[in-house]
Design a protein around this ligand. Sequence first.
Ligand code: ADP
Ligand code: MG
Length: 384
Amino acid sequence: MPTAAELRAFFQTTYGTTPEQGVRAPGRVNLIGEHTDYNDGFCLPMAIEREVKVLLRRRPDQTVRVASMEQAGVVTFALSAAIPKATDKAQHWADYVKGCAQVLIEAGVPLVGCDLALTGDVPLGSGLSSSAALEVAAIHALLAAAGQTKTGAEIAVLGQRAENRYVGTNCGILDQLSSACGVLGQAMLMDCRTLALTPAPLPAGVSVVIADTGKRRGLVDSAYNERRAGCEAGAKALGVSHLRDVTLHGLWTAHQEGRLAPLARQRCEHVVAENGRTQAAFAALRAGDAVAFGALMDQSHADLRDKFEVTCPELDTMVAIARSLPGCLGSRMTGAGFGGCTVSLVRDEAVAAFVPALTAAYQARFPLPVAVYVTRAAAGAGAL
Ligand code: ADP
Ligand code: MG
């Protein structure tokens, strides 16, 4: 990650002037509660110690310029209710920023022009939500330039809207809400229906270890849409708007009466059970019971593998190796699946040996670039 001084120097060489303000927004890791957010269910994420930083300077006009240390070139656009998307693929990354500007304008926020320079160390496309970190940071930057404020939940909803409607990715609220509202040292039970967050500290004596399999998701839109369709079919068969309101018994009854196809039922069983597991995991956190928490992580992975079918050999292998190592209390895939990262709960005294052992054993099976991050829970987005 470039240092604060390097980002400042990048701003100066890009725009020939000095920045006035800075903001930051973290990535996130979801500890449990996967594929539940768009079912109005529960997740249990925390913000991580990897983030997007933005420096900004106001302009006297309605122009926004944005440059990223991780991308080539400066992207310029005029603030309006219809900002054109990138026609050049190399500038697609700036659509996340344009989308944020557009949804703010649609929401009636009087924006002003500004120059933005950013950098981030959330790995791109590995399930730690670099896109949400970028959106939440961009919204903070645009609001700061305009002298406006919004609550964390409002910022999260705007960021999600930018990703859904402007970028065109059908994500739930988990990523943006984690980045906007993270709490230092705490995980958060997230109710994706009400957007209520209830923090709870991680148990003493354990660390959160993220392992990037090096496998990138690739083209999985159709698979993702099939999972969402299965969830919607289940809710419809049971006469509710979302699977949040469904029980395992209800699914069984619908299946017995022929109202729910076997595959849709299988998808729904994961979601319904995962909502229960996530609430149980929160209770375990409150009780300081890291062992119970880890067991629920293991169960979550098994259902994501066998019922929701969003894992892959790389994720399953990383999880199996982690579980075989001393001091590991639980391990699962995190994020949408089909590649990306796992998250493991590891006893503090075992972490130093766990990290190289996991890396070596995984690389003996898959010659992919592995990255392991030991992280504490970071604070949500705000001023630098
Ligand atoms: P994830 O959110 O899991 O990391 P996504 O595919 O949703 O993966 O979002 C990744 C995209 O976000 C990148 O391809 C890029 O367009 C954009 N992005 C994230 N961080 C940065 C950054 N530091 N600079 C420029 N673009 C970024
Ligand atoms: Mg994303």
